[in-house]
Write a protein that binds this ligand. Sequence first.
Ligand code: AMP
Ligand code: ZN
Length: 474
Amino acid sequence: MQLKLFNSMSRQEEPVFADKDETLRFYCCGPTVYAPAHIGNFRTFLLQDLFRRVIEATGLQTCHVRNVTDVDDKTIRGANENGESLSDFTAYWRAKFEADASELNCLPPHHAPSAVAHIPEQIALTEKLISKGLAYVADDHSVYYRISAFPDYGKLAGLNMEEMRPNADQRLNTSDEYDKESLNDFALWKAWKPEDGDFKWESPWGPGRPGWHLECSTMSMIYLGESFDLHSGGVDLKFPHHENEIAQSEGATGKPFVRHWFHINHLRVENQKMSKSLGNLYTLAEIKEWGFTPSELRYVLLSGHYRQPLNFSRESLTAAHSALQRIQKAAQNLGAESLSKSGSTTSIQSTRYSGVLQALCEDLNTPNALGKLHTALGNLEKEIKSNTLSEEDKPAEIAALESVCALLGVWPENKDNDASATVPDKILQLAEERLAAKTAKDWQKADALRDQIAAQGWQVKDSKHGYDLEKEKG
Ligand code: AMP
Ligand code: ZN
């Protein structure tokens, strides 16, 4: 089997293949480490993780690079506001990100380079672009990319640069970077400003710091070579970030930068954009406070097709909980207390779950894959019930179940070890009914349900996301 994936550059589904040594080389734009990553960020990182699991299940090896953006406007502002060094500030948020990613079962990338650690190479790339006439030094000692000198600019986003050329009035009104030759030119090197505080690096153009787009071009080419197989990020990165990376890398090397572009659409909450101002920006820590497990969140984030926006709701976590319970019950019926997390996916094609891999190979169709998983579980349940499975078949069935869990990266958690995950199904069900009653303004029913929940030793409290459940003490 081979994965076919939509390529945002060619705008069609294409087989994903490795250029060299059967190792697929791919780069994912990593987190900006200045605050906790939200569950939308993790939709993107989880899809990239799933992509890697599918590629490995089809027999290729991978070289997965995901950078850490530890120098940009947000990290510098955060460190200055906290009175900390940039490295202490970003190390804290990087560790938090890595802990969340690990709980969500993201395989650690083979390389996770820091932008700060590669400043000399970023300066070298900028010098190369200046020497080729593709960049210029402005009066304030910043360096800009000269878009008009790169005819292919706009090919990923499908832009017509002639139409985009601003008129003189627009230029005066909208550009606060007066030193640029053209409004669309973007910074490769940003000259130091007083608000940057102590955070600056020396360069041939004076003190300053690299631009974000330059960081990714540089690190991807250091770890994967001038041309590599695939590049990925959330859909918001397609323009200008990835367009600018292409201009920088292809401008400097004269070679094709990346063959396949993989963009993941956004997570939304109650059909609205996730944002701080709307108060609907959630983190893994909050989802765990609600009583759900990282695996349940992972299941939800995989449940929609990556090319469509996905709407997040609390109900979807409850549904994920039931789905994972179904896997747990199947494992127990086969005689396994819990499932091993080190299952191998290489022989999944010879199991009852081969349809799951098949669906994933068709443009990572996760809704279809989860449908196939449930059909296979249904058949397994029937066979268990009718005693058609022999004792000798059971170890292979357990291994098959472990392999499909390893492919998707979801496992039922062992509830005894996880205090946050002990809300019983019936309590969740009552809390959902109470929420529905409140939404329908049926206060009497809502109060009665709250009393019913209390009678079973749980307290339900209203919160911005619906409700919280707490076990009564004692
Ligand atoms: P950042 O830490 O802001 O650089 O973002 C890390 C990754 O998360 C990038 O690939 C973004 O495109 C992606 N991202 C940001 N917001 C969302 C969202 N709401 N849904 C899915 N991915 C997102
Ligand atoms: Zn990037």
